[in-house]
Design a binder for this molecule. Structure first.
Ligand SMILES: Nc1nc2c(c(=O)[nH]1)N[C@H]1C(S)=C(S)[C@@H](COP(=O)(O)O)O[C@H]1N2
Ligand SMILES: [Mo]
Length: 234
């Protein structure tokens, strides 16, 4: 009898495991790509002084983490091997040093080179398994998966795992972040374990709404990347 490969953890409600990790997202981002992937420069702003973090990022302790990835449309990929720095180390060692007073921030907005953005509670980002990752499965994070740096928040749906980070804003109060998707689709926390797929109704309902979109979206994103790479190569 063929032995099933043991995965490290059970899947959360409504998720289905797939073998390959696709390039994925909202249609409108399929043809958008990062403009600068050679260096990691992070603009910071919001309720603190604007500046750019360069060398300081590379002085943070490096960590490796194996975690699962869950897209809100119900596909999951298990056992991805990320490497990077803990968001909590980044926050405590770099951001809090310039901070006005302790506990001043409660909400964080991430902005990407392709125009995508998302907001998360600082409390959720300070969990141990939240990384700013620059390596996936032993290779620098590819264009497909978020070069040069992406957010890995395994307990939250894929749409909070922002790729191609260029800017991080720290705010004292929760902000509205217009993500370019219908607003009901953006749950403020989007925790996978609680099936917070969207704020406009029960999580299980959206399983059936989103699942039919997977196949065509994967195709669309694959095609756009292939076109981009052939243009770059020519
Ligand atoms: N910059 C950026 N980040 C993004 C997206 C995007 O389009 N642009 N899509 C989000 C969505 S909906 C998902 S499911 C994951 C997909 O990550 P992957 O392409 O590495 O599979 O990225 C998220 N982060
Ligand atoms: Mo997603």
């Amino acid at each position: 009898m063929k032995q099933e490969r043991m995965k490290s953890s059970a899947l959360p409600p409504g998720q289905i495991s797939r073998e390959t990790f696709p390039r994925f997202g909202l249609s409108q981002y399929a043809n958008r790509f990062p403009t600068s992937t050679d260096t990691i420069d992070i603009q910071v702003g919001g309720d603190l002084e604007e500046h750019v973090i360069k060398e300081a990022f590379h002085s943070l302790p490096r960590v490796k983490q194996t975690s699962d990835f869950h897209c809100v449309t119900t596909w999951s990929v298990q056992d991805l091997k990320w490497e990077g720095v803990r968001f909590s180390d980044f926050y405590e060692s770099i951001i809090q040093k310039q901070n006005l007073k302790p506990n001043a921030h409660s909400f964080v907005i991430f902005k990407a080179q392709d125009g995508y953005k998302t907001g998360l509670m600082l409390e959720d980002l300070l969990q141990e398994n939240v990384l700013l990752a620059d390596t996936l499965n032993g290779q620098p994070v590819s264009i497909a998966h978020g070069a040069p740096l992406r957010l890995v928040v395994p307990s939250h749906y894929g749409y909070k795992n922002l790729k191609h980070i260029y800017r991080i804003e720290f705010h004292q109060k929760t902000q509205k972040v217009k993500q370019g998707i219908l607003s009901f689709m953006d749950h403020p926390r989007a925790r996978v374990a609680h099936e917070e797929r969207a704020k406009g109704g029960p999580g299980w309902f959206f399983r059936y709404l989103y699942r039919p979109l997977i196949k065509s979206t994967v195709k669309e994103f694959e095609k756009a990347l292939a076109e981009y790479e052939s243009l770059k190569g020519s």
